[in-house]
Design a protein around this ligand. Structure first.
Ligand code: SAH
Ligand code: SF4
Ligand code: F3S
Length: 466
């Protein structure tokens, strides 16, 4: 792939979008309420917060549900086939809602739209979609919506450029915890993965911009920030000066935000320096999401992951040494083309050996345009299903064992909400990323509470307040 330079959206371009917002505010036929439906990963969740921020600034209120909104946006994911089918199914269903509300405007954006040929497909096959845009021109929502409101035909715009847009409006889902995207895109081209094709080349935000956003969040009382990127470990590539993720973490740690987390980390780029910073830090939480994908060297090679099982295990050991008791989680794919039962057993043995706190397990899903989709020996669905069931059963067992280390431990919980099982209990995440339930009430939501873990009940950590 040719070198591409990131395109920084200028203040003047953002000013233009502001002008479109104002134009919309003056249109009599403008939508008054919106609803954003989000699929996919945290990046998409944060993009949806930005969409909501722009819609708020265009005078719209959030509707209670999608049936009662004037403007519905689907922010889509295409990482696996089922994500895509779910999104399209739901969009099509809205056609019925349109019959009751003829003024309903339906928009679709996100990764699915960024796939080659998708814009043409929407114009031809999904004529009821009013507005479609990709991941890199999200900041243009005001302009695109304005065009749609002024002309009675679909507006579809997808751009194949790698943009970075700073200072966009944002309406955050939570007051106590916030996402900060630190980098966009991905250059790794794992052979099964569509993300590099739909999120463009890897590019990092300037460190000063990230620090300023973090400071602002801290000043507004945010207690936890989550740094986002497809491969946060390679943050800084292409920026001037010797900027690294470890350095960014050190600077953020010094700011005094109570809790700092990040995802996702690629094992091949996990440096000793980063592990050291984690060990020395005050506020970086003792947790690490380190997707392994497979436990067999040949499969890892075919996946283009660029590490071996042993190198991965070495990183796990280094993390555990620097941060004792660290919470480890992972992503695993079963049924990659050509995966034999024996190779699958290597994944099983790795899961046992590491003892993850949790694992996200997926059946390999061929994605058009990726290298693996063209590979021979695609695995039959029943074989892959059987493998994932065995993997999930094993992980459940390992998880139970891993949880035992928390009993008796002192911890801090950022309370997220009332417990589902009891009205006098609340739950949230401990410092290791594991859910903990404790006695409490609505007043605790958004607060950090000190606890001691007392027991494991129904696979959940139960704690008392200290
Ligand atoms: N950038 C992150 C995660 C990206 S997508 C990383 O490198 O880990 C999240 C997870 O989806 C991946 O870790 C992988 O396990 C899974 N995934 C990606 N493409 C997939 C595919 N084609 N089929 C099944 N699972 C897939
Ligand atoms: Fe996909 Fe690999 Fe990039 Fe993750 S690192 S987004 S799995 S290509
Ligand atoms: Fe899906 Fe796009 Fe995230 S494909 S997983 S929403 S980067």
């Amino acid at each position: 792939m040719a070198e591409r330079k990131p395109v920084i959206i200028t203040p003047q371009q953002l000013e233009e979008q502001r002008a479109y917002m104002n134009e919309i505010l003056n249109l009599p036929q403008r939508p008054r309420s919106y609803y954003v439906v989000t699929y996919g990963c945290q990046m998409n969740a944060h993009d949806s917060e930005i969409l909501a921020g722009m819609l708020r600034d265009m005078g719209m209120d959030e509707a209670p549900d999608r049936e009662n909104a004037d403007f519905v946006i689907f922010n889509t994911c295409c990482v696996r086939d089922n994500a895509e089918r779910r999104a399209l199914g739901n969009v099509t269903w809205l056609k019925e809602v349109r019959k009751r509300n003829p003024n309903l405007i339906i928009a679709v954006c996100g990764c699915m739209i960024q796939q080659p040929g998708m814009a043409e497909k929407i114009l031809k096959q999904y004529k009821f979609i009013d507005l479609a845009f990709g991941t890199t021109n999200l900041y243009k929502l005001p302009e695109l919506l304005c065009r749609r409101l002024n002309a009675d035909r679909a507006v579809v715009e997808v751009e194949d450029v790698d943009t970075i847009a700073e200072d966009l409006p944002v309406k955050r889902l939570r007051r106590d915890a916030a996402y900060i995207t630190i980098m966009y895109g991905c250059d790794n081209f794992c052979s099964y993965c569509i993300v590099p094709y739909v999120r463009g080349r890897e590019r990092s935000r300037e460190m000063e911009a990230i620090l300023a956003e973090a400071q602002q969040l801290k000043d507004s009382g945010v207690k936890e920030i989550m740094l986002l990127g497809q491969n946060v470990n390679s943050y800084g590539k292409g920026l001037e000066g010797n900027v690294t993720f470890a350095e960014l973490l050190r600077r953020l740690d010094a700011m005094g935000i109570p809790r700092i987390r990040f995802m996702t980390s690629h094992p091949k780029d996990l440096s000793d320096e980063l592990i050291r910073v984690m060990g020395e830090s005050k506020h970086i939480l003792p947790q690490f999401h380190l997707p392994v994908q497979a436990g067999n060297d040949e499969i890892l090679h075919q996946m283009n992951r660029r590490y071996t099982r042993e190198q991965y295990l070495n990183r796990v050991r280094a993390l555990r040494e620097a941060v004792p008791g660290i919470g480890l989680t992972t992503d695993i794919i079963v049924g990659f083309p050509g995966e034999t039962e024996e190779q699958f057993q290597d994944t099983m043995s790795l899961v046992k050996e590491v003892g993850y706190d949790s694992a996200f397990t997926f059946i390999y899903s061929p994605r058009t345009g990726t290298k693996a989709a063209a590979m021979e020996n695609q695995i039959p669905e029943d074989v892959a299903t059987d493998r994932i069931q065995r993997l999930i059963a094993l992980q459940d067992e390992c998880q139970k064992k891993a949880m035992a280390r928390f009993v008796g431990m002192e911890d801090e919980v950022l309370v997220e909400g009332l417990s589902r099982r009891s009205k006098t209990a609340v739950s949230g995440k401990g410092r290791h990323g594991v859910s903990i339930t404790l006695p409490g009430s609505e007043a605790d939501i958004g607060e950090i509470v000190r606890v001691r873990v007392t027991e494991i009940k129904n696979n959940t950590l139960m704690a008392e307040r200290t």
